[in-house]
Write a protein of this length. Sequence first.
Length: 431
Amino acid sequence: MTLAFSLCLLALFFFAGIGTPVAYSMIVAAIVYLAVKGQDLGLAAEQIIQGLYDGFIILAVPLFIVAANIMNAGTISERLLTFCMAIVGRLRGGLGHVNIVANVIFAGMSGSAVADAAGLGKVIIEMMTKDGRYPPGYAAAITAAASTIGPIIPPSIPMVMYALVSDASIGYLFLGGVLPGLLMGVVLMVLNAWIAHKRNFAVEKAVPLRDLPKVTLNAFPALLMPIILLYGIYGGATTPTEAAAVAAGYALILAAVFYRALSWKALYAIISDSARSSAAIGLVIGGALIFNYIVASENIPAQMAASLKGLDISPLGFLFMVNLLLLFLGCLLDASTIILVIVPLFVPTCHALGIDLVHFGVVVVVNTMIGLITPPYGVVLFVINATTRIPLREIISEIAPFIAVLVFALLTMIVFPGIVLWLPRQFGYIG
């Protein structure tokens, strides 16, 4: 490791440690590296601008953010919750099941765990805690855990970021996330059912079966969005980025015209909020682009690949080692930072060991989503705390079992790659 790179890392950890946003920390660290190496400081800006303007897939990120925000602002979330209530609300722990199923459905629309937790999560938590049905900490914990499914089932903003740094196919990554997302939903529902019986949670009043067609019809236009997205991508009508534009346009038509639940004032607020969120993510991506340039200049990925090959480590052993590291880093770093800065270091080793990049990418995204609900730096926990005022200590006291079953699902995906790769292979993927 050269002196320049050592000072670069020191600057990165120093500024991040004192609370500087990660994007700014990476950019400043990159400037320190270029200054010590005697290179043109303008190279940092050049790498960022070229990377952002040449990366057509990055455009999908703000479009998915707009779609998610429109879904949350209209009455779409409430209609989906009513539909889920009619399907699984009659079971013991029914509102917990509603929470999970609604997140599985909403995952096909938003692509963001934070968006699911902030929008859909706030509504369902209010339902669960009304009249003391569920402890506030439990309602918040199951909501946080269920929101991690959002970026696994397509569309997925983190998968777009992974595709950017790995050159893996976004379309096959999206397909690879379907069964893992459903697996996560199943293990969460099993845990919720067990806890509901153990704590004797109340059984909700069942929605009459005669009302089911009406409720389904009411939610049907919203339920069509995942189908439209997947058909557009895999039917060859659109690229994933164009599908993101279709999602945003469809959400707007649905909320403003069909459901008539979106005013001009609300639309302005949505666009403004989406622009701020997109700019924040864009800065992180920009910082990661220049930082990845530095890592490549230092030839670190090739060195890591060579050293790991020298250890004669098996592909499964490598996956376990990397995921253990990422689970630890998830307690301290944001998911986008891990995907954009840390994960590219391991991609050359995946090539060398014959590890499928779609399998690796889906596993990495699942891992980083678990990090979003892992203390002390669990972003989703902070979001739910901010939107509901439920104390963090109550949420953290209930979150451990949910993390445990999600880690079990992650291990299952690592050991059995077919869970990830079966669906992509049905659509012609050869990996």
